[in-house]
Design a protein around this ligand. Structure first.
Ligand code: HEM
Length: 491
């Protein structure tokens, strides 16, 4: 069946520059912000406690009959000076967030608040810089070059890290009858990223075999707690709200952990830091950026994505497992091993990875401030956004746009097979279209191709070893808790 966007009765294909077609009426942006202080607090309590994240957006979308509306985004007082945003919830209006000529991405990585730069050695790391700031091109260009140089290490490095994960998974399953995938995935992801950039096993550093992920987790929590709810039954909501969403937890409490993390990278990533100095980046600035890229961007992303990948593939059922295993084993046999070329030939595996990135984008929020008055459109109307207004895209709803994707709420393993692969331009997980490339002039994730490759590789390694499996799904602070209950070895 063809997807709605490709059928002749579908909405008009949006032009790639988001220029508003004249036939759509200009509509005032519905919604509002309420009274100062009380409005943002009400929205924050709705968001975390009375409605929950998804319902918060869906109920307003319904109430205003619009995928574009005004609301406050948490955390609000006293962490964010201005919590007022224009919220975008469809695949078309969302694209304005990728237009760096109209949108400023300075200090908006975490939304309407920014953690203290004490967490990053006093520097604003690359992810907080707008492309108009010269340091963005210097740092991003540097990392793009380093990633290109490390290309040949991606597949062997990941295969090595993941083989340790499988060994532990099997041991835990046979000892305890279950295994926490998230914990093993954290160790595997940190191990891979550290070895990639430092060419050393983290166990050979003061971090030890499991210290790295634990320290990064704490450091991430201290930066991201304003966006989290612990959901603890015995802690009253108002108390949690006060502790997590009102003030920034001080860096001093995790200073010694960060120092240990930083010095492990500083002492092990010599060659990369030498390269950075050669192009004029200060050694300590390069290292704080490396810790951020490895810990926040890469490890943080993999911490959310891989459990989601396993969860969706598990719930897709045994028939999909059989088809994935058959495809993967046939291609590996034909190609004589696991290579980039082999991964490229695995159509179902590719489609499954894109579908996971569509249905559960690992980084759900994107922000940007209007550099000028901007006319945007959704499927039905045009809207005028004024200069300096904050624009916010909630990706998990935007990539379930029923005018673009058929059966958008469901996981469809074949969704991006053959002809339909063109729909990946509406997959936005990397802060850009899946058909675009990260450059020094945009804010798209420079790890985009690596992440897609590793996700495919995870499925390949898994289905070379196992026929099928089952898991139990729970909820974590950011993402899903995945517990393996059974694993059937390849026959
Ligand atoms: C599953 C893993 C990953 C996910 C989900 C992810 C996601 C993202 C997203 C959504 C952004 C844009 C943030 C924004 O401005 O709104 C981003 C930016 C960035 N990512 Fe990734 N990323 C992942 C892995 C990586 C890896 C492996 C690297 C490098 C090795 C990396 C390096 C960066 C950097 C440096 C930026 C800032 C880009 C800029 O300032 O232009 N990420 N990532």
């Amino acid at each position: 069946m063809s997807s709605p966007i490709s059928s002749s009765t579908a909405v008009k294909q949006p032009s790639s520059d988001n220029s508003p077609p004249s036939e759509l009426a200009l509509r005032e942006i519905p919604g509002g912000y309420g009274f100062p202080f009380f409005g943002p607090i009400k929205d924050r309590l709705d968001y975390y406690y009375s409605q929950g994240e998804v319902e918060f957006f869906r109920s307003r979308m319904k109430k205003f009959n619009s995928t574009v509306f005004r609301c406050n985004m948490p955390p609000g007082p006293f962490l964010a000076r201005n919590p007022q945003v224009i919220c975008l919830l469809d695949a078309i209006s969302f694209e304005i967030l990728f237009d760096n000529s109209k949108i400023e991405k300075k200090n908006v990585l975490d939304g309407t608040y920014m953690p203290s730069t004490a967490f990053t050695g006093g520097y604003r790391t690359c992810a907080y810089l707008d492309p108009s700031e010269p340091n963005h091109a210097v740092l991003k260009g540097f990392f793009l070059t380093q990633l290109a140089k490390l290309h040949s290490k991606f597949i062997p490095g990941f295969r090595q890290s993941i083989s340790g994960l499988f060994t532990s998974l099997e041991e835990e399953l046979s000892d305890k009858g279950k295994s926490n995938f998230n914990a093993l995935n954290d160790i595997m992801s940190f191990d891979f990223v550290f070895r990639l950039f430092c060419d050393k096993n983290p166990s050979e550093t003061p971090l030890g075999p499991t210290g790295g992920p634990k320290m990064v987790d704490k450091w991430l929590f201290f930066q991201l707690h304003p966006l989290m709810s612990l959901g603890l039954k015995y802690v009253p909501n108002l108390l949690e709200d006060l502790v997590l969403h009102t003030f920034q937890l001080p860096f001093g409490l995790i200073k010694s952990d960060y120092k240990k993390l930083y010095s492990s990278f500083f002492n092990s990533a010599g060659p990369i830091l030498d390269e950075a100095e050669k192009i004029g980046i200060k050694r300590d600035e390069a290292c704080h950026n490396l810790v951020f890229l490895a810990g926040f961007n890469a490890y943080g992303g993999m911490k959310a994505l891989f459990p989601a990948l396993i969860k969706w593939v598990a719930t897709a059922g045994e028939d999909i497992h059989r088809r994935l295993a058959a495809e993967i084993r046939a291609v590996v046999k034909e190609e004589g091993g696991v290579s980039t070329a082999a991964l490229e030939k695995m159509c179902l595996t590719k489609s499954v990875v894109y579908e996971v990135l569509r249905i559960e984008p690992p980084v759900p929020y994107q922000y940007g401030k209007a550099k000028q008055d901007i006319l945007i459109k959704n499927h039905d109307s045009n809207f005028l956004i004024k200069k300096d207004e904050m624009i916010f895209g909630y990706q998990p709803i935007a990539t379930k746009d029923s005018k673009v994707f058929e059966d958008p709420e469901n996981f469809v393993a074949d969704r991006f097979l053959s002809e339909r692969e063109k729909l990946i331009k509406y997959v936005y997980w990397s802060n850009g279209r899946e058909t675009d490339d990260p450059t020094v002039d945009n804010k798209q994730c420079p790890g985009k191709d690596l992440v897609v490759l590793l996700s495919r590789l995870m499925l390949v390694e898994f289905f070379l070893k196992y026929d099928t499996f089952s898991v139990e799904i729970g909820k974590l602070l950011l993402g899903s808790l995945v517990t393996f209950k059974s694993l059937t070895k390849a026959t």
